[in-house]
Design a protein around this ligand. Structure first.
Ligand code: ZN
Length: 54
């Protein structure tokens, strides 16, 4: 378990999670990226939607 950096809800981290893995907070729905393991550190995943360059 770790904490959502956005809403502080507990977020379950899979036992085989890897750095860079994306998951979403069930509470606020934010996409989160695993920055570090042991201890787990989460950050909001970058929303690339506006970066697809048109
Ligand atoms: Zn959250």
């Amino acid at each position: 378990m770790s904490e959502c950096p956005v809403c502080d809800a507990e977020v379950e981290i899979a036992g085989d999670a890897v750095i860079g893995e994306l998951l979403s907070c069930e509470d606020c729905g934010m996409e989160l990226e695993i920055l570090k393991l042991d201890p787990v550190e989460l950050a909001e995943a970058p929303t690339a939607e506006e970066d697809w360059g048109q």
